[in-house]
Design a protein. Structure first.
Length: 176
């Protein structure tokens, strides 16, 4: 088919044969913006041949650049590995200096602390009921309760709960 100004138009099937690709691939390349389509089933021959050559050259350039990219990626991965090894060594040194403890040990210590707090708070009603019942006013009852709660919290803060020496997590042994 010919159009205005001597431009030749082909169908997708004809263009595919000329470029040695399938009709479906022609349509894909049009969607990708590589090839051009003017109207329904009209593909300008010369602009599409030139566009396809540019596309193939760009693909070839990417392939030629691949070894260089691989070297860059390899260097980046080596740097990440070296950093990870250095970070691991720093953590191990900190653990040996007893600056770090295991998460499980901290969780166990906090669990015991919370358990002691719970026990202290749950003991308050039985201990305070006889006193609160004899209170002369609401304010006096509130004051008794408040004092007992602060006393329980102070006991825990002063170490009458789990003691720091008993609860201090032990550092783990170093591994190579």
């Amino acid at each position: 088919m010919s159009g205005a100004k001597g431009q030749v138009f082909l169908t997708a099937q004809q263009l595919g044969k000329a470029l040695m690709i399938s009709e479906r691939r022609v349509q894909q390349l049009v969607k990708q913006g590589v090839l051009y389509k003017e109207g329904r089933g009209r593909y300008p021959f010369l602009p599409n041949v030139q566009a396809y050559i540019r596309h193939l050259r760009a693909q070839a350039d990417k392939t030629e650049m691949a070894p260089h990219k691989t070297e860059i990626i390899l260097e980046e991965e080596k740097a990440r590995l070296i950093k990870a090894q250095a970070d691991k060594a720093e953590l191990e040194a900190a653990r040996l200096r007893e600056e770090l403890i295991e998460v499980e040990q901290v969780e166990a210590m906090w669990s015991r602390l919370v358990m002691h707090l719970r026990q202290a708070l749950l003991a308050l009603p039985g201990r305070l009921a006889p006193q609160v019942i004899t209170a002369q006013s609401r304010q006096e009852a509130e004051h008794m309760l408040e004092s007992a709660i602060y006393e329980a919290l102070t006991e825990l803060a002063d170490g009458e709960g789990p003691t720091p020496d008993e609860e201090r997590p032990q550092p783990t042994s170093a591994t190579a």
